[in-house]
Design a protein around this ligand. Structure first.
Ligand code: DX5
Ligand code: ZN
Length: 218
């Protein structure tokens, strides 16, 4: 079954980000560029800021998806639209008025996505699923790259797959956190459409080759 690979540059070499984006640009196995944005409040870490996002989106030839680990993400929707971001994902746990935020992302011309933390049941998306293009199932606690995959996520992916298929929706399931060559097959078989790969790629000796292995590995 076809699936997409979305490399996250969180574990990339920050002294050579341009080199890494160019590697993704010429790599057919890389489908999207996954940008992790953190505010130090919703998650206990801060990653990159707007000036960096502006430069990365300028040189990326792959569609850019932004994963906002922010409180009050609605404050920044138009900034991301102006950067040319294709998919904007906000956290379920960070939005009191999720429906409104998603509608604003859509009106701004981007595809809305919703990310759920490991403790959040997929069933809580029941009344919003029709409105979104992507669900990010977090398979680690958000905030850091290079963490260990939480196996319970597999069951969540299967349940979400059933919810989506039983209604004939085209919402994509993206799995984010701790994806490795050892577990990627299980994740895809559980029903994922998009794999986020961070440390497994950028922590390896040959990131370019590693992305191809994820795409063709089985
Ligand atoms: C975690 C981020 C992930 C992370 C994935 O907060 O949302 O996108 O960078 O990286 P790995 O693959 O290293 O878990
Ligand atoms: Zn992410």
């Amino acid at each position: 079954m076809p699936f997409l690979i979305a490399p996250s540059i969180l574990s990339a070499d920050f002294l050579n980000l341009e080199r890494d984006i160019e590697m993704l640009n010429r790599n057919d196995a890389a489908d999207w560029l996954h940008l992790d944005l953190m505010d130090g409040v919703f998650v206990p870490n801060i990653s990159i800021g707007f000036p960096t996002v502006a430069q990365l989106t300028k040189i990326s030839k792959k569609p850019v998806e932004a994963h906002l680990m922010f409180v009050e993400p609605q404050r920044f929707i138009t900034r991301f639209r102006d950067f040319g971001v294709s998919t904007l994902s906000v956290h379920y746990e960070a939005c009191e008025h999720l429906y409104r935020v998603i509608s604003e992302v859509r009106v701004a011309g981007m595809s809305p996505g919703v990310a759920i933390n490991p403790h959040t049941p997929v069933e809580l998306l029941d009344d919003i699923l029709e409105e979104i293009d992507l669900v990010i199932v977090m398979s680690v606690n958000p905030g850091f790259g290079g963490q260990k995959f939480i196996p319970r996520a597999l069951d969540k992916i299967r349940r979400l797959r059933r919810m989506i298929d039983s209604r004939g929706l085209r919402t994509l399931i993206e799995v984010d956190g701790g994806v490795t060559l050892d577990n990627s097959r299980q994740v895809i078989e559980a029903g994922a459409d998009v794999l986020v790969v961070g440390n497994a790629v950028f922590g390896s000796n040959n990131p370019e080759e590693m992305i191809r292995k994820f795409k063709c590995g089985f």
